[in-house]
Design a protein around this ligand. Structure first.
Ligand SMILES: Cc1cc2nc3c(=O)[nH]c(=O)nc-3n(C[C@H](O)[C@H](O)[C@H](O)COP(=O)(O)OP(=O)(O)OC[C@H]3O[C@@H](n4cnc5c(N)ncnc54)[C@H](O)[C@@H]3O)c2cc1C
Length: 471
């Protein structure tokens, strides 16, 4: 009997999975296949933290599929070549998958579709990752949006209320299971185990995603709008890595929160995710090039490597920045408000190219996502879609005082400052000597002095910006 290959990518779930659902609907046996192909041309191979997540998520999916009746087949190699081999091995007559929207993936998928069809294999792709296709929303002139609010207004008005698809019941597998590579052979886990903090913070996999969604909906959604900027609090969903890896769909999230108090503000954030994909799809150079081409000539600091290293390691001397960078290193995630603050310091005060910050995030975030990360960094750099104006430079001391007024976030991630009185917590270098002696914290000895002068670097950044505008 012929069968259908479900080509698993970043849709590591059984619920609300349009490709899987369609494959099951054919009535033919379904062969779930994951192909590890990190070196395909132009594709951004996942960074270290995302690979760790991928490993555990694939492991969870594999267990779910064994229970469902058709085990996951894992292969390593070039996608088209492996799919062709699998078609030959299983006698599959169709390959179904959910679409990805990164530029190189779009190009590869188009080619794969064409080549398989030439070979007489039916193909079908589905939207399992977004609330709306990135080409579907257009300005009245027919152009893609570069500003969020009108984009969201249009998208929000057309969100359908379609219920998420159920997980399939029992799957029938192929008569003869094709060869499968062990998951451990893909090299996804780090050789030196630095991932203890990740394991303590997260439960990759569909069950973890559903549990987190339920917990967020029942505990924090109502207060989301008021608390979403408080990094010390569990006030946001923390769903970003599961959404990125496709262990939950935005439609499932939307369906779970809809009609609940707090849903509007939260849904708008899902709208930013849609906007980021819209921008990436329509401006495929945005992971590397500023959307505003003037910024290609921005005079970045030449000798910034040492400052970049301090930033990466969480020893800039600005407590809220260091707290964020250490949270990132330890857990693979950082609160959105703090992402904005650390990015501003790097791009505006240190004047390091935003691409360097994006690439560090790419390697260290469990939710590293080409669309969201590029949008976030171009936003911080003042050069992207709907970006913060370049002249708006966050002051990390003021931001710390405003968004971590009790200092809980800083004290948690920068414990050497625990005893510093609140008044100086966000600027410990200003602590009078006597107070330093009292609390036992001496800046320069127990915690770094600021690596950069905020007032001077701000002026230099503004001057660089003025020059750019004058060109
Ligand atoms: C410099 C910078 C880099 C970033 N890099 C990434 C990244 O690589 N991956 C990533 O998923 N997000 C990124 N973001 C966006 C945002 O910080 C995270 O999505 C958010 O912190 C995730 O936490 P959460 O799931 O609790 O979000 P919630 O506040 O609970 O929001 C729910 C969901 O909405 C989406 N979302 C929320 N805010 C944004 C946003 N500003 N842009 C796009 N989508 C958003 C996410 O999918 C998120 O899971 C970046 C932001 C900045 C400023």
């Amino acid at each position: 009997m012929s069968c259908v290959i479900w080509w698993v990518r970043r849709d590591l779930r059984l619920h609300d999975n349009p490709a899987l659902h369609a494959a099951v609907q054919t009535g033919a046996p379904v062969v779930p296949v994951y192909i590890h192909a990190p070196a395909e041309e132009g594709v951004w191979a996942p960074g270290g933290a995302a690979r760790w997540w991928q490993y555990h998520s694939l492991d969870a999916l594999a267990c779910g599929l064994v229970e469902a009746g058709s085990p996951l087949v894992i292969r390593a190699g070039e996608s088209l070549a492996e799919l062709r081999k699998l078609v030959a091995e299983t006698g599959a007559t169709a390959v179904y998958w959910n679409r990805l929207y990164e530029p190189a993936r779009v190009a590869h998928d188009r080619e794969i579709k064409q080549k398989l069809r030439e070979q007489g294999v039916a193909t079908a792709s589905f939207n399992g990752a977004l609330l709306c296709e990135p080409w579907a929303v257009r300005t009245s002139q027919g152009n893609p949006y570069r500003v969020f609010t009108p984009f969201w207004r249009q998208l929000a008005a057309r969100l359908d209320e379609q219920a998420p698809l159920p997980a399939p019941g029992r799957l029938s597998g192929p008569a003869r299971a094709p060869r499968s590579t062990p998951l451990t052979g893909l090299g996804l886990l780090p050789a030196v185990n630095w991932a203890g903090g990740l394991a303590a913070s997260w439960s990759p996999g569909e069950a973890g995603a559903l549990a987190r969604l339920e917990q967020f909906r029942d505990s924090a959604l109502t207060g989301y709008e008021s608390h979403r900027d408080d990094p010390a609090r569990d006030g946001v969903s923390g769903l970003s890595p599961w959404l990125h890896h496709g262990e939950i769909s935005p439609r499932q999230v939307l369906a779970a929160v809809r009609e609940r108090p707090g849903a509007q503000a939260f849904t708008r954030q899902l709208g930013w995710r849609e906007f980021a994909h819209h921008v990436l799809f329509n401006f495929p150079d945005c992971p590397e090039k500023p959307l505003n081409p003037d910024f290609e000539h921005f005079p970045w600091r030449r000798d910034y490597q040492e400052l970049l290293a301090c930033w990466q390691q969480g020893r800039t001397g600005f407590p809220i920045v260091d707290a964020g960078m250490r949270q990132l290193w330890h857990t693979g995630w950082m609160h959105n408000r703090v992402r904005m603050i650390v990015a501003s310091l790097l791009v505006k005060n240190i004047r390091a190219p935003w691409q360097d910050g994006a690439s560090w995030f790419w390697d260290t975030l469990v939710d590293a996502d080409l669309a969201n990360n590029s949008l976030g960094w171009q936003w911080a750099g003042g050069c992207g879609a709907d970006a913060a104006p370049y002249f708006r430079i966050f002051n990390p001391v003021r931001q710390g005082e405003r968004f971590d007024p009790d200092g809980d976030y800083v004290r948690h991630w920068v414990p050497e400052l625990e005893a510093v009185p609140q008044r100086y917590l966000h600027q410990p270098w200003r602590m009078p000597d006597v107070m330093q002696a009292d609390c036992g914290v001496r800046p320069g000895r127990d915690y770094p002095f600021p690596v950069i002068d905020l007032a001077r670097s701000r002026e230099e950044a503004l001057e660089a910006f003025r020059k750019l505008r004058g060109r």
